[in-house]
Ligand binder design. Structure first.
Ligand code: ATP
Ligand code: MG
Length: 313
């Protein structure tokens, strides 16, 4: 019995030793798998975060995993792409602002320099002065537009809302534009229902003003501009239609981008910064409304603004 028991104990010891060995090996294997599957991706994410904080967005993470880590990596990639886009947009915005400021300033400097010449004939002197006046006005409009945009960007809920008469406001816009309309011999059709709108009257005024100014600017002499406003159910719709030059279909989605002008060369000299529609869209969105454009080259353009409202005409 005894030798057998010793042999049995010996075998048991070997068995336990092998078992412990297998457990240790298994634990090591398990640890390696855990490190590979959990710790490694997190380390890569940490490295990616550091890269982003240094302004580098060329990040590639493995996003095919379907678990939480895969989701985290995929959301991280989306975030980095979005950050890159915002950063590029910011750089482009600064470049555009500098460009828009640079050209009137250069012109002001040039004409001011020429005016120093005491022997300049009077008519020429007056012409140079009026150019300086015009260019400084352009700079002032640009700075006001930039201020409006930044206040709409950072204080989205800073609208000073009250009820106001939309028909009276649209008539006021047409009155102010009257001189330009007569000068270009443009016919105007106004079909505006009696609508009381709840919103920021000063900001909405800027929207109508820009839409009508655009219609006047981009419609040749003798054309027609129609302004219509109606209210149904819970929506008020204002449309500004012209039978002017129109906008090519491929450029239509871009016209609401900041500084976007369809014809860069032609609008360079006019008082255009390409900010008007970007501001209009921001204002309408702040009122929970929508603004859209439809256009056919050579036939004309229609801008349609829809705003929530609570009255019928
Ligand atoms: P700003 O309004 O800042 O003085 P802008 O009129 O050029 O300058 P937006 O009002 O943003 O800028 O318009 C962007 C571009 O869309 C214009 O430059 C023009 O090319 C085009 N556009 C806008 N409205 C019309 C329209 N009614 N007909 C044809 N093109 C238009
Ligand atoms: Mg405009």
């Amino acid at each position: 019995m005894r030798p057998d028991a010793e042999v049995q104990f010996g075998e048991l010891r070997i068995f336990f030793a092998v078992l412990i060995g297998v457990i240790i090996l298994f634990s090591l294997w398990f640890m390696l798998i855990t490190v590979f599957h959990v710790v490694k991706p997190i380390t890569r994410l940490t490295e990616a975060t550091l890269k982003i904080s240094k302004g580098r967005y060329d990040i590639k993470l493995y996003t095919a995993r379907r678990d939480e880590i895969g989701q985290l990596a995929s959301h991280f990639m989306t975030m980095s792409r979005e950050l890159e886009r915002t950063n590029r947009a910011r750089q482009e915005f600064v470049a555009n602002v500098s460009h828009e400021i640079e050209s009137p300033l250069t012109s002001i400097q040039g004409f001011a320099h020429a005016l120093k010449d005491g022997a300049l004939p009077e008519p020429q002197r007056l012409e140079y002065l009026s150019i300086i006046d015009e260019e400084s006005r352009r700079l002032s409009v640009l700075s006001k537009q930039l201020l409006t945009l930044s206040s709409l960007d950072y204080e989205e809920h800073a609208l000073q809302k009250r009820s106001f008469d939309l028909r009276a406001q649209l008539r006021q816009v047409m009155q102010i534009m009257e001189w330009h309309l007569t000068e270009k011999e443009l016919a105007v059709r106004l079909h505006v229902a009696d609508i009381t709108l709840e919103g920021d009257p000063n900001l909405l005024y800027q929207v109508w003003m820009n839409l009508v100014t655009n219609a006047v600017k981009y419609t040749p002499a003798g054309g027609t501009i129609s302004i219509a406003a109606r209210a149904d159910d819970h929506t008020c719709t204002v449309t500004v239609t012209d039978n002017g030059e129109g906008i090519p279909a491929e450029q239509l989605p871009m016209i609401f981008d900041r500084f976007y002008k369809v014809d860069q060369a032609r609008t360079r000299d006019s008082n255009s910064s390409g900010l008007g529609l970007a501001i209009a869209q921001k204002i309408i969105q702040a009122h929970n409304g929508t603004i859209e454009a439809a256009s056919t080259v050579g036939e004309g353009t229609t801008f349609k603004v829809s705003l929530p409202c609570h009255n019928t005409d």
